[in-house]
Design a protein around this ligand. Structure first.
Ligand SMILES: NC(=O)c1ccc[n+]([C@@H]2O[C@H](COP(=O)([O-])OP(=O)(O)OC[C@H]3O[C@@H](n4cnc5c(N)ncnc54)[C@H](OP(=O)(O)O)[C@@H]3O)[C@@H](O)[C@H]2O)c1
Length: 352
């Protein structure tokens, strides 16, 4: 198969670097354009970017010239790792110019005609794409978004519970890694030996986004009716590098045993895996039985960073069940998630 040419907006940042690492040697996609701010444009990538991932920057990418984030990039689709404030305008400009935009940014996630997508959760929401194109007069351009990095793990865990038993109310406390704030993110003197009980805008996203993701398409197919789930999040920044841990208590409509809850997690099926999407993994939800797992360092890379690890599934004294989950914030929660979105669209004939 001829590989599809892709660009990366915000290529020099924390998520942009993850995109490069995950797209290098990708069987379906080939990096042909890199873009970032005016500060970086015109420079070879190796000069514009301080590479911070463990493996070296791929040599072919290191020599590419960084371009401004505007139409004219030599590619069919772009992965956007732009800061939220500027993503709205730039992503719309790119889509209007005919590019498919797969975005990590929050700007368009809650737009009624923009799919907020987790391929294992709501692949049918891609039916919003032609509606978006028609409404906005975009021809073949489009915007598809992936959720906030804490929302992804939570929603993947809630999906089989919601399908089998109905989720009514959720209390979730997050312990979020420093890389979630980009680079340099939280200053070392604020983060070392510390927990910061506030992440701007995060709790609002965790209230809204799972409801859209677990919602159903309206009868006319033109918008999503949000799931009627009440969510109370408390988001904390902790001093880990990568991997968001969350403790979750859930009230269910039907009352399963703990064994039935674990069964539901274990039998969760992945459509993108069945379709042969290269970034999909099975199992997507890994249930650990050891009482002290998941742990950030041991479990964040499970399933190449695309799986969610769940542990300590037990009765809840206030709601029905409670458990702990861990997911990789810059892979499953950002670059890997957006790439899987693009792969699903390729598998369904919507790209390429
Ligand atoms: N980090 C995570 O775990 C995570 C998870 C999910 C979603 N996200 C979202 O992903 C996006 C990127 O996050 P990040 O953590 O990678 O941020 P980051 O490390 O701060 O990187 C920001 C990128 O955007 C570019 N940029 C900044 N200002 C720009 C401008 N005016 N015009 C064009 N490009 C500009 C930067 O280029 P220069 O180097 O040239 O300045 C850099 O490439 C954000 O929307 C964030 O909310 C992040």
């Amino acid at each position: 198969m001829k590989r599809i040419r892709v660009g990366i907006l915000g290529a020099t940042g924390a998520v942009g670097q993850r995109f490069i690492a995950l797209l290098t040697d990708h069987p379906w996609f080939e990096i042909t354009a890199l873009a970032a701010s005016e500060r970086s444009a015109g420079l070879p990538y190796r000069e514009a970017c301080t590479w911070r991932l463990t493996a070296d920057c791929p040599p072919a990418v290191a020599e590419m010239i960084v371009q401004p984030c505007q139409p004219g990039l030599d590619c069919e689709i772009v992965f956007s790792a732009l800061p939220g404030e500027m993503a709205r305008e730039v992503e719309e400009e790119m889509a209007a110019a005919g590019y498919g935009v797969l975005s990590n940014a929050s700007a368009h996630r809650m737009d009624p005609d923009v799919p907020l997508l987790i391929p294992e959760v709501n692949p049918d929401h891609l039916r919003l794409v032609p509606i978006q194109q028609r409404r906005r007069g975009w021809g073949k351009g489009f915007i598809v978004t992936d959720p906030n990095c804490s929302t992804v793990g939570l929603t993947l865990a809630l999906k089989p519970l919601h399908d089998a038993f109905g989720v009514r109310r959720v209390i979730v406390t997050t312990m979020q890694a420093l890389s979630g704030a980009g680079y340099p993110g939280v200053p070392s003197l604020d983060s070392l030996d510390n927990v910061i009980p506030y992440i701007r805008g995060e709790e609002e996203k965790m209230i809204q986004e799972p409801r859209k993701l677990l919602g159903t398409l309206a009868a006319d197919g033109e918008s999503v009716l949000p799931a009627e789930i009440a969510i109370s999040p408390a988001c904390n920044r902790v001093s880990t590098r990568d991997g968001h841990m969350e403790t979750v208590s859930v009230e269910l409509v039907h009352k399963p045993s703990i064994a039935e809850v674990i069964e539901a997690f274990r039998h969760f099926e992945s459509l993108p895996y069945k379709l042969g999407c290269p970034s999909a993994v099975e199992p997507t939800l890994i249930v650990r039985e050891e009482p002290d797992r998941p742990q950030t360092v041991r479990d964040r890379d499970a399933g190449r960073g695309m799986a969610v690890t769940i542990g300590r599934v037990r009765p809840c004294e206030v709601f029905d069940i409670k458990f702990v989950l861990l997911s990789h914030n810059t892979i499953r929660g950002a670059a890997g998630g957006a790439i899987l979105n693009a792969e699903l669209m390729v598998a369904q004939g919507m790209i390429g």
